[in-house]
Design a protein around this ligand. Structure first.
Ligand code: GLY
Ligand code: MN
Ligand code: MN
Length: 438
């Protein structure tokens, strides 16, 4: 990282900082730390991924750093504490940007060594009467701040509201992220065959991300057969037999911006009649959910759109033997009988976090905001018939089927735009592509 690959202009970052700081009183100190390295085992670490708030405000992507804003005589100063240059450490871990590099190339007015964090923050706090920070990321900072104030104010409510509306430049990156993940799914479909290991499909998807200088935005779910009925399955170690479906939920990150796509396909390239019945129903629900992603729509209305299709479809297939009202249940929870087979929300915001900040998830108790132009969210209904379940009797015809279809959707005044539209999802498209690269 040297600053030349920052995804946005300095002006865009400074604009974000100003919009944020307009909400903060001049008597406050603002401290946004990033996370440290996490231990994987003994003295090895997980690959570092910066905290999304510091990325959003400054593009700073290295560990052990803090973004700080302080006001002096009516002017806000944006600054970063960073790891200083240190030849011995750099021999092992790679070159650092250092204090001077940060000041030259990042959207800030001041830069300091992280080694001076406590001293400088303490001196600034002498003359401030409130502090905004995100606790739990930097212990030294937390201890220092709590020595001065009883209450630490949370900057996230302000930042979350900002982050949920994407700028045109953020949207361009999110389009690339969704396109890359779509192409990775196509690559995996092409190379699928009967008897393939879940891990082989995972390697096609993730290899494609790496080849294109990207990485996963969350652990890939590759569930063959009944494994598809486990919502957060990520063991990815089973062989998938002819006649079974595979559910692949995998997305990547570009400059920190996530895509999140799910497709489900038959490993032998041909859906059975029973699989087709469930697939068409989930697809119909997904299209209804996308159609409902309009400016002014409530999250509940989107969840209602997918729920009505699924509940009615389950009745039509004879899987539910009750009235539509009983099948759906009452809004806003919609906890009717159909929830036995569709247990998660219809979608979530998408951005620098895969489950992005800024509001509740459809179908959950927490209310989401009304949709506005520039929001990006997923629509991802599914139906899961786990024959292994002891809580309900699964109809034999559908036992073992798990299907989810998930797209990334941008809300605009002209209607929803599907960022992941290059990923095939009709039965005809999928059947024509599975296995052609084997
Ligand atoms: N991949 C996680 C989700 O779809 O929410
Ligand atoms: Mn997903
Ligand atoms: Mn999702």
């Amino acid at each position: 990282m040297d600053g030349t690959d920052l995804p946005f202009s300095k002006e865009e970052y400074f604009d974000r900082q100003s919009s944020f700081l307009e909400n903060i009183s001049e008597n406050s100190l603002v401290l946004i730390p990033t996370n440290s390295l996490s231990t994987r085992s003994n003295d090895t670490h997980y690959r570092f991924r910066a905290n999304s708030y510091i990325l959003y405000l400054s593009g700073w992507a290295d560990p052990d750093s803090v973004w700080m804003a302080f006001n002096d005589q009516g002017k806000w100063f944006s600054s970063l504490f960073v790891q200083p240059r240190d030849t011995k450490a750099e021999i092992w871990e790679g070159k650092r940007v250092g204090v001077e590099g940060a000041l030259s190339n990042w959207p800030i007015d001041r830069a300091y060594s992280i080694e001076d964090l406590v001293e400088i923050v303490s001196s600034k706090l002498q003359s401030k009467n409130s502090v905004y920070s995100i606790p739990g990321l930097n212990e030294k900072l937390d201890n220092c701040v709590s020595g001065f104030v009883d209450e630490i104010l949370d900057p996230r409510q302000i930042l979350d509201k900002m982050r949920r509306i994407k700028s045109s430049n953020e949207i361009e990156i999110m389009k690339k992220s969704a396109k890359l993940a779509s192409l990775a799914h196509i690559e995996a479909m092409k190379h699928t065959y009967s008897g393939i290991g879940e891990w082989e499909i995972q390697s096609k998807i993730e290899g494609y991300f790496i080849k294109n200088q990207s990485e996963c935005s969350y652990p890939s779910i590759v569930g063959g057969g009944e494994n598809a009925t486990i919502l957060h399955y990520k063991t990815n170690r089973s062989v998938i037999d002819s006649g079974q479906l595979v559910l692949v939920d995998a997305g990547c990150e570009i400059h920190g911006y996530a895509s999140d796509i799910t497709r489900t396909w038959p490993v032998n390239g041909k859906f059975t009649d029973a699989q087709k019945e469930i697939y068409q129903l989930v697809l119909k629900a997904e299209l209804a959910g996308i159609e409902a992603c309009k400016v002014g729509s409530s999250w509940d209305s989107i969840h209602a759109a997918t729920s009505e299709v699924l509940a009615q479809g389950l009745i039509n297939l004879g899987i539910l033997e009750c009235s539509l009202e009983e099948a759906i249940g009452d809004p806003p929870e919609f906890n009717g009988e159909y929830r036995k087979f569709f247990m998660h929300g219809t979608g979530h915001f998408l951005g620098l976090d895969v489950h992005d900040v800024g509001g509740g998830r459809q179908g959950d108790k927490e209310k989401g905001p009304t949709l506005e132009e520039g929001m990006v969210l997923t629509i991802e209904p599914g139906l899961y018939f786990g024959g292994w379940r002891s809580d309900i009797q699964i109809p034999e015809r559908y036992s073992g089927i798990g299907i989810r279809i998930e797209d990334d959707v941008l809300v605009t005044e002209e209607g929803p735009i599907i960022l992941s539209s290059s990923c095939p999802k009709t039965i005809e498209e999928i059947e024509s592509i599975v296995g052609i690269g084997v």
